[in-house]
Design a protein around this ligand. Structure first.
Ligand code: G6P
Length: 471
């Protein structure tokens, strides 16, 4: 029987060593939270890194973790050494590809050693897949850490159904061309039968990059590369809509919110990342307080930042910058009985987050660049009372599906401050009407729709391909 295998750098659970004990934690980020519900339903195997270095576990611990991952989570780990993590994960993935694809060209580092590590670790992932798969299987590879893997699998399994999905933006050709290993990356991706992106803009960039760099020809939705046709499309990722409407909340968090009912609340939830525009949104909030002093003492900003990639210097610096900005705003406007910004540098459980969603009047999602951003979708779905309103950047992939929200340019602090005010003051009926439209869309184009459309298309394509083979 053929099977479906998911492959991504990070598994839906991450192992953290607390003292001597390895602890299993839910992974953060759009990819893990989005795909998890599909995997739980389908039981598909998921290959990925567990988040811990080989050297920090004894053989016995490693074995116990592998067994639990397999039996409780249907996950198969790829073991990475400290050096792999430094060079492939913190290095090429997060110091080269991540900043480049998010248009932060001055943060891009080039280093031949980290590139080699990227190739080596993609090969490690291939070896684990090779142990588990055969030529009839469907393999769905995810994200920018594994862009060489589709071609590696294609070389050994010419008939496998290979899908690749990029969860971050695909940049315009003018940016992509600056990458030293640009052709290798493109050829790696083109090993897939189907390549998916979140938005049509990323699809356009990919087509034009293939034509200019590899001279491929394009026919509607396909790239002709060597003797193969590769299909490319926009598949905006959805959320597990029903989960967010079920009110699985955290009771103590809800109680605390109820006590603060007289205050309006603004919420922001991001991983620590310079792409998320966190300093910019603090400055925009400050503008709001300067221009509209009537909000002082009346509005509370809950700023949640989940720790992430802190070993990369620019992330550590960002954490420092955020802390300083928060204290400066609090120092400037705070009073004995009111503090404008409540800064939480921690990860919350999904139940706690849903409680935050339900009691926040405004969600401020203002990344400078974001592949999709599922938090915006989760918040809108969780407001079953149709209250609340999102303020969202035009540079977040999710903005193209949430056009009834308040759309802003995140670089324009004055415009974001106005956006917050518009959202805070929006009449109830208008909020209801706008949220209803967004909710209907989110309900229909949920994560199951996303998975079924992508995997359905992959299946269809390979049937056509096989039928076309002369006998
Ligand atoms: C983004 C990426 C994912 C990644 C996640 C968390 O959503 O697209 O591939 O897993 O961030 O980042 P991390 O580096 O902790 O895996």
């Amino acid at each position: 029987m053929s099977k479906t295998i998911l492959i991504s750098n990070r598994l839906p659970v991450t192992i953290k060593k607390e003292g001597d004990k390895p602890v299993f934690q839910e992974s953060i980020g759009g990819l893990a939270t989005g795909l998890k519900s599909y995997q739980q339903k389908s039981g598909a195997l998921w290959i990925g890194w567990s988040g811990v270095a080989e050297e920090s576990l004894s053989e016995k611990e490693q074995q116990a973790i592998d067994e639990t991952l397999q039996s409780d989570y249907s996950c198969v780990p790829v073991t990475l050494t400290k050096k792999d993590i430094d060079d492939y994960y913190y290095g090429f993935s997060n110091k080269t590809i991540w900043p480049l694809f998010h248009y932060f060209i001055n943060k891009v580092h080039y280093n031949a050693r980290t590139w080699e590590a990227y190739e080596e670790v993609n090969t490690k992932f291939f070896k684990v897949a090779d142990r588990l798969m055969d030529d009839r299987d469907t393999v769905w590879i995810h994200d920018y850490q594994l862009m060489l893997l589709p071609q590696m699998i294609r070389d050994k399994y010419p008939n496998a159904k290979i899908g690749f999905f990029l969860h971050i933006p695909f940049p315009s050709y003018e940016l992509f061309r600056t990458l030293i290993w640009r052709e290798e990356i493109l050829r790696g991706m083109l090993g897939a039968d189907l390549i998916g992106f979140h938005t049509y803009d990323y699809v356009r960039h990919f087509f034009s990059t293939c034509t200019r760099l590899l001279g491929t020809s394009r026919k509607i939705h396909t790239v002709k590369y060597e003797d193969r046709q590769i299909h490319v499309g926009a598949f905006p990722m959805g959320i597990d809509y029903n989960f967010f409407t079920q009110h699985i909340t955290d009771a103590p968090t809800e109680e605390s919110f109820k006590k603060m009912a007289s205050e309006k609340t603004i919420l922001s939830i991001d991983r620590l990342d310079y792409t998320k525009g966190i300093p910019e949104k603090i400055r925009s909030f400050k503008r709001l307080l300067v221009k509209y002093p009537q909000y002082r003492g009346k509005v509370r900003f809950n700023l949640i930042v989940a720790p992430s990639r802190e070993k990369v210097a620019s992330y550590e610096e960002l954490k420092q910058q955020i802390s300083e900005l928060v204290s400066s705003v609090n120092g400037m406007f705070g009073t004995v009985d009111w503090m404008p910004i409540w800064f939480y540098f921690q990860s919350f459980s999904q139940e706690e987050l849903i409680s935050f969603y339900r009691y926040s009047d405004v969600l401020l999602v203002t990344p400078l660049r974001d592949g999709m951003n599922l938090v915006a979708k989760e918040y809108t779905a969780a407001r079953t009372d149709l209250q609340g309103m999102i303020v969202i950047s035009e540079t977040a992939g999710a903005a193209s599906e949430l056009g009834e929200g308040v759309i802003v340019n995140p670089n324009d602090y004055a415009a974001v401050a106005e956006g917050i005010r518009t959202a805070l003051e929006m009449p109830t009926d208008e909020k209801k009407a706008r949220n209803k439209m967004m909710q209907e869309r989110l309900k229909r184009y949920n994560v199951h729709f996303w998975v079924n459309t992508f995997l359905g298309r992959l299946e269809q394509l390979t049937q056509i391909k096989n039928a076309a083979v002369p006998v």
